[in-house]
Design a protein around this ligand. Structure first.
Ligand code: DON
Length: 306
């Protein structure tokens, strides 16, 4: 059974690896974050919270936001249209910001690589980026059960100023007829959704809802259709850690979604939500200490799905 001492042991183990990673270097505002933060929070179906380390330090959600935007896009334009015409459901084996496959395949391979997430962002209803972001904020506050969640303006501006690679992906997608609407409005929304501040506790709650088939266990409210929650957990397993997904499945063995802010979201179905924060990243852009903590817990408690 998971106890706080085990989380402390996992934290201790994870900390030994942190010095080998580095914070995201391509977003100036993230480069300046201390790489030595590390924390983990779990929330089970009865609402019991266990925590170790830096679980209340805010960090930007980055690619974990792609879970939230995907749920909204499925609602707004339907899973059939989204997964048939806009994005696929296959891993790429390429880095998250790769452009290479866009020339040979029309749709981005999956909704979590940047090309796929920018496409998904374009499918969310709203007259402009402000309206889309307002809807995004309302929804993420519910998923995390935290009304305080808000934009980190410094990170948003930093991303917007330096996001030329994402701009290149978006304009390529527009030229291929995949991305519809105004490219700059779409990118503005994408940069904003990535720049929302959360904590490991928030991410644990969002993961709990996914683990509980889309229902917030505390209120009984259905936040995600069960079918969508299942599809998203499957995509997290195959594509959530990008070109590190296979290795993560072998060493840890459950669905997860990372972000370059250092977060990892883990829904353990029917069991608990886990939120991790550790901004020292490995070469694939995943939290190094975070993965090590999850590896430790998975091995000690035999949590691997395999
Ligand atoms: O678009 C970007 O590059 C970032 N806002 C998000 C990338 C990210 O988090 C990849 N995750 N590991």
């Amino acid at each position: 059974m998971l106890k706080e001492e085990l989380l402390q042991d996992a934290l201790h183990y994870g900390k030994a690896f942190v010095h080998m990673g580095q914070t995201a270097q391509y977003i100036p505002e993230l480069k300046n974050v201390s790489k030595y933060y590390l924390g983990i929070c779990t929330i089970d179906m009865d609402g019991n919270v266990l925590e170790a380390g830096d679980t209340n330090i805010p960090f930007t959600i980055q690619s974990i936001s792609k879970l939230v935007s995907l749920i909204l896009a499925i609602r707004d334009c339907g899973a059939d249209h989204l997964f048939h015409d806009k994005v696929g459901v296959e891993p790429t084996g390429d880095p998250f910001n790769s452009i290479v496959k866009l020339e040979t395949k029309t749709r981005p391979f999956n909704p979590f690589i940047n090309a796929g997430a920018i496409t998904v962002a374009s499918c969310i209803s709203g007259k402009d980026s402000d309206e889309k972001f307002g809807r995004f904020l309302d929804f993420i506050r519910k998923l995390c059960r935290n009304e305080e969640i808000s934009l980190n303006t410094a990170v948003y501006e930093s991303e917007k100023q330096t996001g030329d690679r994402n701009r290149a992906l978006a304009y390529y997608l527009k030229a291929s007829g995949i991305l519809e609407g105004d490219v700059e409005e779409c990118l503005d929304f994408y940069f904003k959704m990535c720049s929302v501040n959360v904590t490991a506790h928030d991410i644990a709650h969002m993961s709990l809802v996914l683990a509980n088939h889309g229902v917030d266990p505390a209120s009984g409210e259905i936040l995600i259709e069960a079918k969508s929650a299942k599809a998203i957990r499957a995509l997290m397993l195959t594509c959530g850690m990008y070109d590190g997904s296979g290795e993560f499945a072998m060493s840890v063995g459950f669905p997860a979604k990372s972000g370059v802010g250092g977060g990892i979201a883990v829904p353990l179905v029917n069991h608990m939500g886990i939120g991790v924060f550790g901004p020292a990243l490995d070469s694939k852009g995943n939290s190094l200490g975070g993965i090590k903590m999850l590896e430790y817990i998975s091995k000690r408690l035999d949590y691997s799905l395999f």
